[in-house]
Design a protein. Structure first.
Length: 275
């Protein structure tokens, strides 16, 4: 008979401890150029046990088209990054944002901080965290690892769809061998490493596992991007609970309508969630 619960993961008791800061934009966190800046406190002490978190990143991007963010827990001077290298890119006037929806295990009373890395200068990101407790089936996840993110250039994986319009290009290796077991993946798209991405829809990205020439698609035709003017960014970065064992090779490929060399290349950030 249809109906009823539980179905799987579910949340309750939402709490948004810093959403009202900075005229509703969250906490402003200044990053360093191609390196992580100092930790900035977002929440002094969480009010609930959190099993899910939404991390909203809105770059001000006065000059930097690309930004990375670490989210950490712990007292001042003892922060531990549990969500690493979260990617955001967009307009030079900061009208874009990306929401990372992530499972977590953050007990009440935890201090949460952020630090940022910017691609061109010491610009700032506006960071908001929204916390959810679990209801019938709470989760317990420890953190997120990034794949292929380069902090020294504040860049992610460049994925070339190739010179044929609306046809999947060649596979690009994201990681040769995962270092641990992952219970899910998160992906986000944005600017490429040379900040000249130009999109002509439709488009999509596949993510696969397996050796070179034997890739098996596990995420198919994921939305490539949301575009304003010259800039590209994902609007949302969702958790997909596909299990990836340690030692797995991961690759990606893309398609879109733009066939011009260089500007057709998209940026892809990929993350593994672990318990």
């Amino acid at each position: 008979m249809p109906g009823g619960f539980p179905f799987g993961r579910s949340v309750c008791n939402v709490n948004s401890p810093n959403a009202s800061a900075n005229s509703g934009a969250g906490t402003s966190v200044t990053g360093a150029h191609n390196s992580y800046g100092a930790w900035t406190q977002l929440v002094a002490s969480t009010a609930i046990d959190a099993c899910w978190i939404c991390i909203r990143i809105q770059p001000t991007q006065t000059t930097s088209p690309r930004a990375l963010t670490n989210i950490g827990v712990g007292s001042g001077g003892n922060e531990i990054a549990i969500f690493k290298d979260l990617y955001a890119s967009g307009l030079t006037f900061g009208y874009s944002n990306i929401d990372y929806w992530l499972p977590c295990s953050i007990p009440a009373g935890t201090r949460i901080s952020a630090q940022c890395c910017q691609s061109a200068a010491a610009d700032a990101n506006n960071i908001t965290v929204i916390l959810y407790d679990g209801s019938f089936t709470p989760d317990g996840f420890s953190g997120v690892d990034s794949f292929g993110v380069t902090v020294g250039s504040c860049s992610v994986n460049d994925i070339d769809p190739g010179s044929s319009a609306n046809v999947k290009g060649a596979w690009t290796q994201i990681i040769a061998s995962t270092s641990r077991d992952y219970c899910g993946l998160i992906y986000a798209t944005g600017q490429n490493s040379t900040d000249n991405f130009s999109f002509a829809g439709p488009g999509g990205i596949d993510v696969a596992i397996g050796g070179s020439g034997s890739e098996q698609v596990i995420l198919a035709d994921m939305g490539l991007c949301k575009v304003y003017s010259f800039a590209a960014t994902s609007a949302y970065a969702h958790f997909v609970d596909v299990e990836i064992p340690a030692g797995t090779r991961i690759a990606a490929r893309a398609q879109q309508g733009n066939t011009s060399s260089g500007t057709r290349v998209a940026g892809l950030a990929l993350y593994g969630v672990y318990q």
